[in-house]
Design a protein around this ligand. Structure first.
Ligand code: ADP
Ligand code: MG
Length: 704
């Protein structure tokens, strides 16, 4: 009889686990004995040795032994019991604010104690507040711990000693029950260093590190045993995305052949030539969609690199093959801008553009839905309303998601799950639409590898010719009047400007109020200018009208909140003022600044800050002044703020990493990708168990 694998053995089989404790453990995500094995300590304390009192470093947790030389109740701001403890190297103070009579009576001069606690610098030198303590008896020597003591993540009602006992029990089960080693070693390189430890050795060490284990490595998460598990976790995440990709690509997709006539007609009516980078990426897409395997491609391109027209080419190809296309943008402003572009490009080619947002209701909506369902709507553009259950396509060949970073991984995956795919009748024939995803937030390569392992990646790494890099100035608020004068001069000369108001709190209401105040203040100071105001509290229709007026030049200065951050394209605007710029992240500043520098005029961006500027704030604004390269900025952002901020919390939040840390472990990501691909190819049986082990119940995150 083969022993049951530990992920099938319930924690209820452990000694001392009754229904109540079981519930509490479940709350911590602990269901099986294996879950406990992967429930790793947050940190460790060293109770394996006694530190001489004379050698205590403040801010360390130590075991000390000594004799009580004085014990007094001290009446100060708070009454406390203060003992002096001495060994042959020095003296220290133990301070108790809570104590009972019995304690007080036993902690008397001459008592010998062993204490454990954190040393702090206090009024009398090094002190311990409420140390744990035991009485020493010369006849009964007390044992020291043999391993470092783990401190586990716990929850109310579960003590450390309880959870230590459970983990110790779980470890003993390893003797009779297997826990599968799912990572073979790959002799030809890839994670050799991380895979030096076996899974079991890594778990044993992390639950019971022997004395002498480098606590500093453990604290930093850089111990080889931790790195072994981090690598496995990252591989599991990577595999879940690769698996997802595999599932999608097992479905068929419509072959979309290039239609030269349509393509040249389209290109002829553009008033510009495609850049080499645009042509290259369009070709990459072309190869993908002229195939029965669904395309899964991410197009990254810095702001203003011209992603839209590349998407339009792909759309055109789908429509020329008799298929429908859906394009989704994260905001109504952006969706509307796309509608205008596509109408302008597609009308001469007799291709209709249908527009659908959540705000379109009633009869108008019904009409649109039926045109989408019967296939007369060829090019459908909208917000996420496009992904609602009621929207059914007749024959969707291509779905395009713009500015995907605004949606987050989870939403992106959800779109596939219940979005276009099931609602497309094409799918019932075993066919899925091709997918094109665009993002203007450049993502450092290593991060992209892990967050977008399911996607092929194209980069438009060139801006259209004639663009002058935006000249960036960093100015203190004290210079606000000079800046206002600059806005006046620029607008009087026929240019247009943005003035962006920001707040720390993400509150639409407060942000809108701040923008209103700024707009009226600027109107007083600049009476000759036409000043518009746009913020998140306006109705979508109103926002679109204001953007339209700005585009037409009827508004000289547009006061805005960060709603204009993404995608907005008004080439005549050449001056951007950002207030409180020190509060924004680099990628957001980069996005905002990308609203100017879109025409042929030289553009300027003024980053206003309220002094004093923190070191980090200063570093960020300096980078903005030094470069306009989105990829460089993203790398810096990663360095300064970490992956959560760079990818957006929604994106990393969805990764639920337990042990790995995308920033700390970034160096292994290229190898992770290689190893994950090898596993999928050569060890397919290990894939699902790995995903289950690390993503467990959260795996809906990555189900096709
Ligand atoms: P993004 O990549 O930020 O989405 P857009 O697609 O909005 O950029 O393009 C920015 C602007 O550049 C638009 O006005 C677009 O018409 C224009 N554009 C795109 N490609 C070219 C090109 N090859 N030459 C000149 N202008 C271009
Ligand atoms: Mg865009």
């Amino acid at each position: 009889m083969s022993a049951q694998s530990l992920d099938r053995v319930s924690i209820n089989n452990l000694r001392g686990v009754g229904p109540q404790l079981s519930l509490k453990l479940n709350k911590l995500g602990l269901h099986s004995v294996q879950d406990l094995l992967f429930h790793l300590p947050l940190r460790y304390i060293d109770r394996t040795k006694i530190t001489p009192i004379g050698g205590i470093q403040p801010q360390t947790e130590v075991v000390i032994e000594g004799e009580v030389r004085a014990s007094d109740i001290v009446f100060g701001r708070r009454r406390s019991l203060v003992c002096r403890l001495q060994d042959n190297t020095g003296t220290t103070t133990l301070r108790f604010f809570h104590f009972n009579r019995a304690q007080q009576e036993r902690l008397t001069v001459g008592a010998r104690l062993r204490c454990f606690g954190e040393a702090r610098r206090g009024v009398s030198g090094v002190e311990f507040y409420h140390p744990e303590y035991q009485y020493l008896d010369a006849n009964q020597p007390r044992q020291l711990e043999e391993t470092l003591t783990p401190i586990y993540p716990a929850t109310e009602g579960i003590t450390q000693s309880r959870i230590r006992d459970l983990c110790a029990q779980a470890l003993t089960k390893l003797d009779n029950h297997p826990i599968a080693e799912l990572l073979p070693s790959f002799p030809d390189g890839g994670l050799n260093h991380q895979l030096a430890y076996s899974l079991i050795d890594a778990l044993l060490l992390l639950h019971n590190p022997p004395p002498g284990t480098a606590l500093n490595l453990l604290a930093a998460g850089e111990h080889p045993a931790q790195q072994r598990l981090a690598a496995e976790e990252l591989i599991a995440h990577n595999l879940s995305l690769l698996r997802l990709r595999q599932k999608i690509q097992q479905q068929g997709a419509p072959i979309l052949r290039e239609d030269q006539t349509a393509k040249s007609a389209f290109l002829k009516q553009l008033n510009f030539q495609l850049t080499d980078a645009q042509i290259r990426v369009a070709d990459e897409i072309n190869v993908d969609i002229d195939s029965t395997v669904p395309m899964l491609r991410l197009v990254q391109g810095d702001v203003g690199s011209g992603k839209t027209v590349v998407a339009a080419l792909a759309a055109l190809q789908a429509i020329a093959n008799g298929k429908q296309v859906a394009l989704m943008a994260p905001t109504e402003i952006l969706a509307d801008q796309h509608r205008q572009n596509f109408e302008q490009w597609f009308k001469p080619l007799n291709i209709g553009v249908t527009w659908l947002t959540g705000k379109i209701k009633g009869k108008a909506r019904a009409l649109k839905l039926s045109a989408i369902a019967d296939g007369t709507a060829q090019m459908v553009i909208g917000t996420h309303a496009l992904f609602q259950d009621t929207v059914e396509f007749n024959d969707l060949g291509l779905s395009i998601i713009d500015e995907q970073h605004r949606f987050g991984v989870h939403q992106r995956l959800a779109l596939r799950q219940k979005g276009f795919v099931p609602n497309s009748t094409a799918e019932t024939n075993g066919s899925a639409p091709h997918q094109l995803i665009m993002t203007a937030t450049p993502i450092p390569r290593t991060l992209a590898m892990s967050a977008y392992a399911d996607l092929d990646c194209s980069v438009i790494d060139e801006l259209p010719p004639g663009r002058k890099p935006v000249d960036t100035l960093v100015l203190s608020n004290l210079r606000r009047n000079d800046v206002i004068e600059r806005v006046r001069a620029s607008c009087v000369n026929g240019r247009q400007a943005y003035w962006v108001c920001t707040l720390i709190e993400e509150s639409d209401v407060l942000e809108a109020q701040a923008a209103e105040v700024t707009a009226s203040e600027l109107q007083l100071l600049l009476p000759d200018l036409s000043i518009g105001l746009i913020h998140g509290r306006l109705k979508p229709r109103e926002k679109i009208e204001i953007m339209e007026a700005f585009k037409q030049g009827d508004i000289n200065l547009l006061v805005a909140t960060t709603v204009i951050e993404v995608g907005v394209d008004v080439p005549n605007a050449s001056l951007m003022i950002i207030e409180n710029s020190e509060r924004l992240g680099l990628s957001q500043l980069h996005q905002l600044r990308g609203r100017v520098g879109r025409g042929t005029e030289a553009s300027h961006c003024v980053l206003l800050y309220s002094p004093p500027l923190s070191g980090n704030g200063n570093a960020r604004l300096k980078i903005m002044r030094e470069t306009t390269d989105g990829f460089k900025i993203a790398e810096k952002d990663l360095e300064l703020r970490g992956p959560g901020e760079v990818l957006g919390t929604r994106q990393t939040g969805n990764m639920h990493l337990h042990i790995a840390d995308l920033q700390r472990d970034a160096h292994m990501l290229p190898d992770i990708k290689v190893v994950a691909e090898k596993l999928l190819l050569n060890y397919p049986k290990n894939v699902d168990p790995l995903i289950r082990r690390w993503l467990g119940r959260k795996e809906q995150y990555a189900q096709a």
